[in-house]
Design a protein around this ligand. Structure first.
Ligand code: NAI
Ligand code: MG
Length: 370
């Protein structure tokens, strides 16, 4: 029996998780779903959006399914705290980022497939899978402002462009470092190739910018060429990030698995999601070596929360990724086929699809097809 940590979170996160449960129950997955607290309510009431008891549950589970959370900028977060917590120096940190770091979930998997009959498809022949590095790159958290003296001295010791920045007043310059490690690069690229092999994609496209980001994208490129040697039947394509976004609009059907660093992956995965219907259709898997967290990519959507109109497809596809990861591919395929059939028929559609069905009605329709 699987032990699955169950993290609904806030807003429509709760609603789409309910939909996910309907479908998982219909699939008769032999699992125990362990509810765990995460999100804004726990920040407000306890000063911690990811309480230690939740971390304990996660540590004793095979994986986690997660809905969505609300998060707000620094000042608003402080103002929202219950009165007795205010002014105590509590700092809000995104629980998702914390989860990724705590469990070393370096691989972010984001498939975007055009399902036949989806009126929101940009084209009907799109099948893209983005592998985004999740813990390094420009989002590694190496951010400096004002510029510390030791960093200034390090810049001064280098040649022209770096030395020029060292002359600027500390308060007038901010620095974010783009960190790529050989280990992080190899992990994400290898996972992308393994996925391409398992699912029959003929190419893996590395999306970087080595002509400008010579060292970081350069390392990604060298590692990719090395890893590619282990997969002689899969072709490695290399594209620059700027050219790639144009390509994704011009001829997305030419591409399959894409692999890239953190910021580039963040940007292109929003684009690829939009090509196949937008946030309501986009699942995501945060994968480590022995633990994983699956979620729809959307947030808590306060504008539609509580109305039961959220599209559950992203959540159901996240459950499908989870089933695959658990080795339950037969159930995963059944789930995807049922979902595809409901979309193709077009009788049960949530509001974003132009219909009037509720979140649970759509989940019920999928469950009936299983
Ligand atoms: P959002 O993803 O919650 O919503 C963006 C827009 O897409 C809204 O108009 C919403 O109604 C629509 N939308 C999202 N999911 C949908 C679905 N399943 N069906 C139909 N329509 C859907 O992003 P937003 O508005 O920028 O952020 C809202 C809150 O969520 C913020 O507090 C933000 O910090 C948080 N957030 C959390 C994420 C997570 O938990 N992984 C990811 C993104 C945002
Ligand atoms: Mg994003």
């Amino acid at each position: 029996m699987y032990r699955i940590a169950w993290l609904p979170g806030d807003g429509i996160g709760r609603e789409v998780m309910e939909a996910g449960r309907v479908v998982l129950d219909a699939l008769k997955l032999d699992a125990e779903y362990v509810p765990a607290d995460i999100g804004w309510e726990f920040w407000r009431q306890e000063g911690d959006a990811l309480p230690p008891r939740t971390i304990d549950i996660l540590k004793s589970s095979h994986c986690a399914l997660f809905g969505a959370i609300t998060s707000k900028p620094k000042e608003e977060a402080e103002a929202d705290l219950a009165p007795h917590w205010r002014g105590k120096g509590l700092v809000y940190r995104s629980p998702i980022v914390r989860l990724r770091q705590m469990f070393d979930l370096g691989v972010n998997l984001r498939p975007c497939k055009a399902y036949r009959g989806n009126p929101l498809n940009y084209r009907d022949d799109i099948d893209l899978v983005v592998f985004r590095e999740n813990t390094e790159g420009l989002y590694a958290g190496v951010e400096l402002h004002p510029l510390p003296d030791d960093v200034r001295r390090a810049l001064e010791a280098h040649s022209a462009p770096m030395r020029a920045f060292a002359a600027i007043a500390s308060d007038d310059i901010a620095l974010t470092a783009r960190v790529i490690t050989r280990r992080g690069a190899a992990r994400i690229i290898r996972r992308a190739f393994e996925y391409a092999q398992k699912h029959g994609y003929p190419t893996v496209t590395l999306v970087e910018k080595p002509n400008v980001l010579r060292e970081t994208s350069g390392l990604m490129t060298r590692v990719a060429r090395q890893v590619a040697l282990d997969f002689p039947h899969i072709e490695l394509w290399e594209r620059n990030i700027d050219a790639m976004v144009a390509e994704l609009v011009k001829q997305p059907q030419q591409y399959g698995v894409l692999v890239t660093s953190n910021l580039f992956g963040d940007v292109i995965s929003d684009l690829t999601a939009q090509l196949v219907g937008g946030l309501g259709f986009a699942p995501s898997g945060n994968l480590g070596d022995s633990f994983a967290v699956f979620e729809p990519t959307h947030g808590s959507a306060p504008d539609i929360a509580g109305k039961g109109v959220a599209n559950p497809v992203g959540m159901l596809l996240a459950a499908r990724l989870m089933l695959d990861w658990l080795g339950e591919s037969e159930r995963g395929t059944r789930l995807e086929n049922a979902l595809a059939a409901v979309i193709a028929e077009g009788r049960v559609r949530t509001r974003d699809l132009g219909g009037g069905a509720t979140t649970l009605e759509m989940a019920d329709a999928v469950a009936r097809k299983l």
